[in-house]
Design a protein around this ligand. Structure first.
Ligand SMILES: CC(C)(COP(=O)(O)OP(=O)(O)OC[C@H]1O[C@@H](n2cnc3c(N)ncnc32)[C@H](O)[C@@H]1OP(=O)(O)O)[C@@H](O)C(=O)NCCC(=O)NCCS
Length: 234
């Protein structure tokens, strides 16, 4: 079976996404709380992934309890992340720039912006973008509309929890207020929908994003997140 046959699917309590053809990488996202995941089932998935040629398997950003579950299976730390939250108890900004809804024809532009903004490991391919959009029951995708597509934000909502899934601004258009305006839009939308807490995570060395979020009222939460890695050889 080629990796394409298993591009995206859910089983054994995990959502699995495979990317790459010569160097196959798999990404797994637990769909159940750590206490409901079964080691044997997850090992079955890992064996299947290695048979499909995945040399490395990365988890999504995990909370400490989930990290322990995967560490017990032999996963090791790939990268630590900060988890930040906005609880809407402080005033929130309004967008300062026009934005518009996502259209299907924007798909390629979004990937282009994303790939130019993020370091390679974090770049979205099509399936990853689709996964971010469908991760929550409700999703808002806004595109900066002042000078053509130069930045976008994806915000999700599940009940009263909000998730700022992605913010990316084309490097040629950074530092002119696009990111701040998109995050303000995400906050306003979440507030209108009675979201109690809007969460976002970012790499610990991403000082631009940290400075943006903290200046807009997001606060770091204790016990951050981590991406773990499992190699076939390990
Ligand atoms: C983070 C990012 C979205 C900011 O977008 P942007 O349009 O450049 O940001 P803005 O112009 O609205 O600036 C907002 C704030 O971000 C911070 N910031 C942005 N660029 C910065 C830089 N080069 N150095 C330090 N702080 C910076 C500042 O706090 C800034 O506020 P200020 O201008 O009042 O000082 C953009 O840099 C980006 O796409 N980075 C790569 C992708 C990424 O990291 N996304 C977020 C990950 S979760």
């Amino acid at each position: 079976m080629s990796p394409d046959h298993l591009l995206q699917r859910s089983s054994n309590g995990l959502r699995v996404r495979i990317s790459g053809t010569s160097h196959v990488v798999a990404h797994v996202t637990p769909l159940l709380p750590a206490q409901k995941l079964r080691q044997t089932k997850v090992l079955d998935s890992l064996n299947e992934l290695s048979k499909l040629g995945a040399a490395n398997v990365f988890t999504s950003a995990l909370r400490p309890r989930e990290q322990q579950f995967f560490a017990d299976l032999g996963f090791t730390l790939h990268e630590e992340l900060f988890l930040l939250a906005h609880n809407f108890e402080t005033p929130i900004d309004f967008p300062t720039r026009p934005s518009r809804k996502f259209r299907h024809s924007d798909w390629g532009d979004l990937l282009k912006i994303d790939n130019s903004a993020f370091p390679q490991f974090w770049q979205f391919d099509g399936p990853a973008l689709a996964e971010a959009i469908s991760a929550t029951p409700r999703t808002r995708i806004r595109i900066d509309a002042q000078d053509g597509p130069a930045g976008f934000a994806i915000t999700g909502r599940s009940g009263r929890m909000g998730f700022l899934q992605r913010v990316a601004v084309d490097p040629h258009h950074q530092r002119i207020g696009i990111g701040r305006s998109l995050v303000a839009d995400a906050l306003q939308w979440s507030k209108r929908r009675f979201v109690r807490e809007l969460l976002v995570n970012t790499q610990t060395n991403n000082s631009r994003a940290l400075s943006l979020y903290e200046s807009m009222g997001f606060i770091k939460k204790h016990g951050g997140l981590a991406v773990l890695q499992w190699s076939v050889a390990s």
